[in-house]
Structure formats: structure tokens, C-alpha cells
Design a protein around this ligand. Structure first.
Ligand SMILES: [Zn+2]
Length: 234
């Protein structure tokens, strides 16, 4: 299981999920929760956006696969259905979000990984899928999904139906803060200089009123020093 704010290579991210993550959208990957890969980098293939100081993710749906017959998927409406008639990943997420909106079920749980730069990903924790719609991007219709960050869940298999009203809202560390911290700390633990198993750590913890929004309150720590610090705080 990934730990919130853990920094991972692509390979480590796939290891955490126990599968090769070939796609950005993976509906109910192992049954209990879905996994999405996001990016707000300027050259990212889709326009994902963080809002409300990192509490809300607006995630763009995905295009038709590029094939010989579909050389430019960016001009085509994002598909809800496969040629076979089943749902695409867009369709599955859309259907789940609409069922939640209609009061028919609890919101789907989604684990979110963010690409920070080539080969560097961070785990943004659990979100609830609460809404979805289609809108024009100027050329064609795209899907958008609204996801809200929630407190960490230790056992996703039992949390699905019971957790919704108990979970407090959460904010993730904004991308610009992560990138600035990574650069300032030169991709190393600020205590021992380790370059693997790194985490973004709140210097004054979020639970004690520390902010995610200031570069000065976030640092890189290795797994060992991250654990040592949380043991001291608890
Ligand atoms: Zn360290």
C-alpha cells in the first residue's frame, strides 16, 4: 500500500497497486477502489485541475485510443461506450458518479497518483468520486470528474459503504509546492541525504494546523526519518 505523500518511480507505483498501470483510468482495479493517474504539468495529455486549495480534483476523461483509423483522437468526442457496447473507463466512472448523485450508492473510492516529472510520481491519497459531466473543450466534448480528497483509509475493503459521512475533508499538497520542495531539497532526505523511499513531510503537521500551501512548511524525508518523526508526534 502506498502512503500518502510518498514519492515513487513508475515501477514502484505499479508495485504498490500490484499491476502494470498502462492506463490513466482504472475503474475498481481490484474491486474495492479505482486508481487514476493525474498530472497538471503544462505538457500533460489531459487537463487535470486542482481546486479549493487541493481539496478538489477535476479530472479529465480519456480519448479514444490512437489507431490507424483514429490518428488524431483529440478531435473526437471522448467515448462513453466501447464498440462492443460496454462502458469505456469514462463510462464506468461517469455511471458510478451519477449513481452516487442520484442517492443510489456511496461514492466510489479512488486512489490518485500524480506525475510530477518524468519518472517521479507522488501518491495523493484517497478521493471520493462525487460528480461527472461532459463539456466542450472548444473542439469536442470531454468528460470531467469531480473528486474530493478524504482522510486516509487503512482498510478500503471495509470502508466502501460505511465511511462516507465519517470522513473529514482533506487537502493535498499543491503541485507547485511539491516541485519547489523537490528542487530546494535536491531530491534528498533533508536529514540523511537518502535519495529513495522519499516522502513530502509537513514540518508542522497538518493535524496541528500546519499548512500544505507554503513551501517553507514542506520538506523531503526518507521513509525511516518520516516514521521516526510521526512516532515522536503521536
Ligand atoms: Zn533520512
Amino acid at each position: 500500500m502506498a502512503v500518502e505523500n510518498e514519492i515513487l518511480s513508475y515501477f514502484e507505483m505499479c508495485q504498490r497497486e500490484g499491476t502494470s498501470l498502462q492506463r490513466g483510468m482504472n475503474f475498481r482495479l481490484h474491486g474495492a477502489y479505482s486508481v487514476i493517474l493525474m498530472s497538471v504539468r503544462p505538457n500533460a495529455p489531459y487537463k487535470d485541475e486542482l481546486h479549493e486549495e487541493g481539496a478538489v480534483l477535476i479530472y479529465e476523461g480519456h480519448d479514444h485510443p490512437r489507431t490507424q483509423d483514429t490518428p488524431n483522437p483529440k478531435v473526437l468526442k471522448q467515448p462513453e461506450y466501447l464498440p462492443s457496447g460496454g462502458f469505456t473507463e469514462n463510462g464506468k466512472f461517469h455511471n458510478a458518479a451519477q449513481q452516487f448523485k442520484a442517492g443510489e450508492k456511496a461514492p466510489d473510492l479512488v486512489r490518485v497518483y500524480e506525475k510530477l516529472r518524468k519518472g517521479i510520481w507522488s501518491y495523493n491519497g484517497y478521493f471520493h468520486l462525487v460528480d461527472s459531466w461532459q463539456k466542450s473543450d472548444g473542439t469536442r466534448n470531454v468528460f470531467q470528474f469531480r473528486l474530493e480528497a478524504i482522510e486516509e483509509i487503512l482498510d478500503a475493503t471495509t470502508a466502501v459503504d460505511t465511511s462516507f459521512h465519517k470522513k473529514k475533508h482533506r487537502r493535498i499538497i499543491p503541485t507547485y509546492v511539491k516541485l519547489a520542495v523537490w528542487k530546494r531539497d535536491r531530491g534528498k532526505c533533508t536529514i540523511c541525504g537518502a535519495t529513495n523511499e522519499l516522502h513530502f513531510d509537513h514540518i508542522l503537521p497538518y493535524s496541528k494546523g500546519g499548512t500544505s500551501l507554503k513551501v517553507e512548511n514542506v520538506q523531503l524525508l526518507c521513509a525511516r526519518h518520516n516514521l521516526q518523526k510521526s512516532a515522536r508526534i503521536e
